[in-house]
Write a protein that binds this ligand. Structure first.
Ligand code: AMP
Length: 220
């Protein structure tokens, strides 16, 4: 199965995609994680992306398209994949269509995770992430506290606060989402592969709703 998640920063895409990728054995391609990795490793893509990420702006389309072309051609995607955070504007969505057309691997379903902006701000600013690449677990200072303050439950690494999760950048990232990414809802609705899921409430309930929509038809 080939699935794309839409939703604002903080909507819970990362958490739900990880659960779904484990449940359905699908590759999980998170654009944010891929870019942060590239920055950490000092690759050419990372060097091109850093200044945009630091300002909460979109990284140039060609950087993302090149990265995803490489990832989608990898053997790990042959049995299906979940896209998380890419595409984020119309040009990227059109490039993705071309790329998937070449691979004969069109999307089966697009899931739009819906949440209100007030909740998003609280979710993003309280988010704490495990910087251990092999782990990448996500916690929240209020909604999903680690057992020991500031320490990852899974691997014991000290949690960090992403620099772009600080309040001053969150409004900018949400504005970018509303202006450039949310129009993709109509783009995929027109292809009749979009389903909407309420992204507010308990993680397990949201996950159950996602599984249910995947078992049903589209056009919700
Ligand atoms: P995320 O972890 O998905 O919130 O992404 C973190 C940052 O990476 C974003 O604020 C952008 O600067 C950059 N980014 C992630 N995905 C994309 C994309 N598809 N297009 C452009 N920039 C992106």
């Amino acid at each position: 199965m080939r699935i794309l998640f839409l939703g604002a920063p903080g909507a819970g895409k990362g958490t739900q995609c990880k659960k779904l990728s484990a449940k359905l054995s699908l590759a999980h391609l998170s654009s944010g994680d891929i870019l942060r990795d590239a920055v950490k490793n000092g690759t050419q893509a990372g060097l091109a992306a850093k200044e945009f990420m630091d300002q909460g702006k979109l990284v140039p389309d060609n950087v993302l398209i090149d990265l995803f072309r490489e990832k989608l051609n990898d053997a790990s995607c042959k049995n299906g994949f979940i896209l998380d955070g890419f595409p984020r504007n119309r040009a990227q969505a059109e490039s993705l269509d071309l790329l998937l057309g070449e691979l004969k691997a069109n999307l089966d379903r697009v899931i739009d995770l819906k949440t209100s902006d007030d909740l998003l701000e609280e979710r993003i600013t309280g988010r704490r992430v495990c910087p251990n690449k092999a782990c990448n677990a996500v916690f929240h200072t209020k909604f999903s506290k680690p057992k020991k303050d500031g320490i990852c439950d899974l691997c014991g690494t000290e949690l960090s606060h992403r620099s772009d999760d600080k309040p001053e950048l969150v409004k900018q990232r949400l504005a970018v989402y509303h202006e450039l990414t949310s129009p993709l809802i109509d783009f995929y609705k027109a292809k009749q592969i979009l389903v909407s899921v309420n992204g507010e409430g308990e993680q397990e309930k949201i996950f159950a709703d996602i599984l249910e929509t995947l078992n049903q038809g589209s056009h919700k």
